[in-house]
Design a binder for this molecule. Structure first.
Ligand code: ADP
Ligand code: ASP
Ligand code: MG
Length: 410
């Protein structure tokens, strides 16, 4: 049995005409002899609408009930699409996550997939041409509906492809593939034909929402080549795959940015063993992800700790720090929400010097102040004022030779 998994994002399923377009792609797969698994997102704007509705009822919605609510956007898409397919004589079946099941942890609103029953899926595939699966959802050990975090339908798609050992895994979206940066922010952005799992992981974790980070983790772990393409054009898109030697020729393959960041600084804590563990241990207990972490050099036995969290986690982070502030003897805790991360990513960075200095110079030339710096083997990230983020992205894009028609820096 040849199996193709296709995931379609919110704009691709927004309304009857767009669903017809999706159906014609699915039919093509069937005509080529594939059994199809089609993962759908909620129609664009629907998940936000549901979140907005919850916020009208309470400022702090219960996470378990939030998942029971927001998972419904995808339920609507799969039922409508299956109706459409059946009306054209295609053997289709809609499946919510619990009907497969896709089992997850009980971390509501950011659940992680634990297992997928691939045997049941195969049986259902044998009986149907297309299984239309709700993206973004799971079910926990208590039978409660969970969701995988914003953009989670990508992860459903890749995880299904990995579980069922699909022959093809395609992610359909509203741009032609993965670009050197968000094409909506930088018109000079170029589409990449290929990108390595590690680069895509760094871009996704730095804010490029074209793929959810967990989907790339699955792709890398189970070696699933993923093609990112547009629902609306015939461009072959971008293949996310294992690194090859050619990829190292490019120093920088992409630039990412993330406005969903806050800087938190814990001032004047004792510079002694156990302080960082106390701060970050209590934050981790609440499953909050901490990103950049910087500890200042010690002065008179005291130091400051600065880190970033996403905006949605700020309130809870501040409450936790309020609790531990006395125990660690901190003078005060302050935060700044007007910040953004900008990152340059590329495997070629490993063998090239001067990437950091090129980045700092480009930001300096635009008079943009750097608040924090963090590096990994293939990424450099700067925290800057949020209002300069688009300017920074365009300046870095040019500085690293990524603009259309420019010679890329090798
Ligand atoms: P979908 O609803 O199909 O999942 P998303 O909105 O989640 O689509 O992701 C696609 C969007 O990601 C694009 O419209 C684009 O604005 C944005 N994006 C950010 N960075 C990149 C990048 N490097 N390459 C392509 N798109 C990007
Ligand atoms: N509908 C969900 C969201 O808007 C999941 C997704 O589209 O991938 O985040
Ligand atoms: Mg998405």
């Amino acid at each position: 049995m040849k199996i193709m998994v296709q995931k379609y994002g919110g704009t691709s399923v927004a309304g009857l005409e767009r669903m017809r377009k999706v159906l014609s792609r699915v039919k093509k797969g069937i005509d080529e002899g594939y059994k199809m698994i089609v993962v759908l997102s909620a129609m664009s704007g629907e998940t936000n609408k549901l979140i907005g509705l919850a916020k009208e009822f309470t400022a702090t919605p219960d996470p378990e009930e939030m998942d029971a609510l927001v998972a419904n956007g995808e339920n609507v898409s799969i039922a409508l699409f299956s109706m459409l397919a059946k009306s054209e004589g295609i053997k289709a079946k809609s499946l919510q996550a619990w009907q497969i099941p896709i089992s997850t942890t009980d971390a509501y609103m950011k659940a992680r997939i634990i297992s997928i029953d691939d045997k049941r899926l195969k049986v259902m595939l044998e009986e149907n041409d297309v299984l239309v699966v709700a993206g973004f959802q799971g079910v926990d050990c208590k039978g409660r509906v969970t969701t995988l975090g914003r953009g989670g339908s990508d992860t459903t798609g890749v995880a299904l492809a990995a579980a069922i050992k699909a022959d093809v895994c395609e992610i359909y979206t509203d741009v032609d593939g993965v670009f050197t940066t968000d094409p909506r922010v930088c018109s000079a952005a170029r589409k990449l034909d290929l990108i390595s799992y590690d680069e895509m992981l760094e871009l996704a974790s730095s804010g490029s929402k074209v793929l959810q980070i967990r989907s790339v983790e699955f792709a890398k772990k189970f070696n699933v080549p993923v093609r990112v393409r547009s629902t609306f054009t015939d461009d072959p898109g971008t293949l996310v795959t294992q690194e090859d030697a050619m990829m190292e020729d490019l120093v920088i393959s992409g630039i990412a940015f993330d406005r969903d960041q806050c800087r938190v600084t814990v001032y004047k804590v004792k510079d002694k063993p156990g302080v960082a563990a106390a701060i970050f241990g209590s934050i981790a207990e609440k499953r909050i992800l901490v990103d950049m972490i910087i500890q200042n050099t010690s002065h008179d036995g005291y130091t400051d700790m600065t880190f970033t969290v996403s905006k949605g986690d700020l309130e809870q982070t501040m409450a936790i720090l309020d609790g531990v502030q006395k125990d660690i003897g901190a003078e005060s805790v302050q935060y700044d929400t007007n910040v953004a991360k900008v990152s340059v990513v590329g495997v070629g960075m490993r063998n090239h010097s001067g990437v950091a200095s090129t980045m700092f110079k480009a930001l300096h030339d635009e008079n943009i102040n750097i608040k924090l710096i963090a590096t990994s083997e293939i990424k450099i990230t700067c925290l800057i004022d949020e209002k300069y983020v688009e300017l920074a992205v365009r300046a870095l894009h040019t500085a690293f030779g990524l603009d259309k028609g420019q010679q890329a820096a090798c």
